[in-house]
Design a binder for this molecule. Structure first.
Ligand SMILES: Cc1ncc(COP(=O)(O)O)c(C=O)c1O
Length: 483
């Protein structure tokens, strides 16, 4: 990487130059640098509303970048070791969906683990692709879905030689990595594309001793959440491609659903974050690793909690672990993760990333300070002292392997009836149900509802998980396919 080149931030420089010209705006946005909406200007600040401008020649256009956006994308590609990087403004959801839509058409198969984010399955609803699930094992102690086992991917590839791609998470929300290098080689050996959801893996491109990144092992595409560990503004994201992909085709796919009014706040935040990561990423993430390791050892010292790390690596189901993730199994103190998530916010003014049935995840990033880590550890100690319970009646596992009856597009559009959820066992769901976060579907359209899955959903609701996906927000009712 050419560090001298990486010091520039073409979009930001163009924006600053544009601001200095004090151009009179007879274009959108209609707030006209905030003058038409003083409350907004007050809330966000003059600097921010002044930079909320529309595409124009000096600032380029995200739909077909030819100048400053193009240059910023090229610098990003260089920093991430990709053939090209697309700036995305619809979240990593848009990166994931463009990635899947670029390689998979109606009726084509894609091999993937079931514990994917809903955006992946939604992409299959959009394109009519057929998922071939490689079901991950569940860790017997912490109840978390593990990585894709290489032999299971091999079996799926052999059984489905017509599949067009393999998709993997790198890492999962909890920090678990599959053998990405071997899976990529396997996919390529069978003429399949390798797609990687790296929503939780931006830092892998800038860390020492961290798991491998998608581009470093030759994957074809990767959806990278710059707004998560990369430090850019919420909703900004990247789609990286390798040399094997046709950039013009991917751009056309992106433009199917991308806005024609991309926000320069988001674009400039991607530009600056890339520069920051390229110039200072290694040292920043070394600090993040030190903070996460310190927190892990302190939390494990409390007793009852289990903050897991590299000891999970078994070379089969867990091939690497992202130590920046502070994932903690909580059932040892008799509380679900979601109960602790709520207690931390309501009683201790600490907002963590998520709590599920068995775990919490505290996101440690380039913006954290050691005193905040101390506060989290102290609060967890307090929670144990004040709220710990006998844990014998707790549910186990965040994920139940479903029976897939139909690929997701058909049931999504099929005629459905709404039934009380307790009466749906044996029926096929026409809608999603998931806890958000993490957004991994408990049920996806086309899957068989079972008593065990119903109990799981109701337990998650009772404990306070935010359920999403179903038409009925409380999920008292579930829409199933008409028989
Ligand atoms: C694994 C994974 N992929 C994709 C996404 C979508 O990211 P975004 O919220 O930026 O659309 C998420 C969001 O949490 C995720 O966890």
């Amino acid at each position: 990487m050419d560090l001298e080149r990486q010091k520039s931030a073409p979009i930001c420089e163009a924006l600053e130059q544009f601001q200095r010209r004090r151009v009179v705006p007879f274009d959108v946005p209609g707030h006209k640098r905030g003058r038409g909406n003083p409350e907004l200007a007050q809330l966000l600040g003059q600097r921010c509303v002044g930079l909320d401008v529309n595409s124009m020649k000096p600032l380029d256009n995200l739909c077909n970048p030819v100048s400053v956006i193009r240059e910023a994308e090229e610098l990003t590609a260089e920093a991430f070791g990709a053939a090209h990087a697309f700036f995305m403004v619809g979240g990593t959801t848009s990166s994931v969906q463009s990635m899947v839509l670029s390689v998979c058409k109606a009726g084509e198969k894609i091999i993937l683990p079931r514990n994917v984010h809903k955006s992946v399955i939604n992409a299959l609803i959009l394109c009519g692709g057929i998922p071939v699930y490689v079901n991950p094992a569940i860790h017997p102690q912490i109840g978390v879905a593990l990585g894709m086992e290489l032999t299971a991917v091999e079996a799926a590839v052999r059984k489905n030689p017509d599949a067009v791609a393999v998709l993997a998470n790198n890492p999962t929300y909890y920090g678990i990595c599959s053998d990405l290098r071997a899976i990529t080689e396997l996919a390529h050996a069978h003429g399949m594309k390798m797609l990687v959801d790296e929503a939780h893996g931006t830092h892998l491109y800038f860390g020492d001793g961290l798991p491998v990144s998608a581009m470093s092992v030759g994957a074809d595409m990767a959806a990278v959440s710059m707004h998560k560990s990369g430090g850019s503004l919420t909703q900004s994201s990247l789609l990286l491609i390798g040399k094997t992909m046709d950039m013009g085709h991917v751009r056309k796919i992106i433009n199917l659903t991308q806005t024609t009014s991309a926000s320069y706040l988001l674009l400039s935040s991607l530009d600056l974050s890339r520069r920051n990561l390229a110039l200072r990423g290694r040292e920043s993430f070394a600090k993040v690793v030190r903070m996460a390791e310190y927190a892990r050892s302190e939390i494990n010292g409390i007793g009852g909690y289990y903050a897991y790390g590299r000891e999970l690596i078994d070379g089969v189901n867990v091939c690497d672990f992202d130590v920046t993730k502070l994932s903690v199994f909580t059932q040892g103190i008799g509380l679900t993760g979601i109960e602790i998530y709520d207690l931390l916010r309501d009683e201790y003014d600490i907002q963590i990333e998520f709590g599920d049935i068995g775990n919490i995840l505290a996101y440690i990033s380039i913006g954290d300070r050691i005193q905040d880590i101390e506060r989290l550890v102290g609060a967890l100690e307090d929670v144990k002292r004040l709220y710990a319970k006998e844990g014998s009646s707790l549910y186990f596992g965040d994920f139940i392997q479903p029976e897939v009856v139909y690929s997701p597009q058909k049931p999504f559009y099929a005629e459905k009836e709404s039934l009380p959820i307790r009466r749906t066992a044996g029926r096929v769901t026409g809608e999603f149900v998931m806890c958000y976060p993490p957004g991994i579907p408990i049920l996806a359209p086309g899957e068989r509802v079972t008593d065990e899955i119903i109990e799981h959903i109701l337990f998650a609701r009772e404990k306070g998980c935010s359920l999403q996906g179903a038409a009925d927000p409380r999920v008292d009712y579930l829409q199933v396919i008409k028989e």
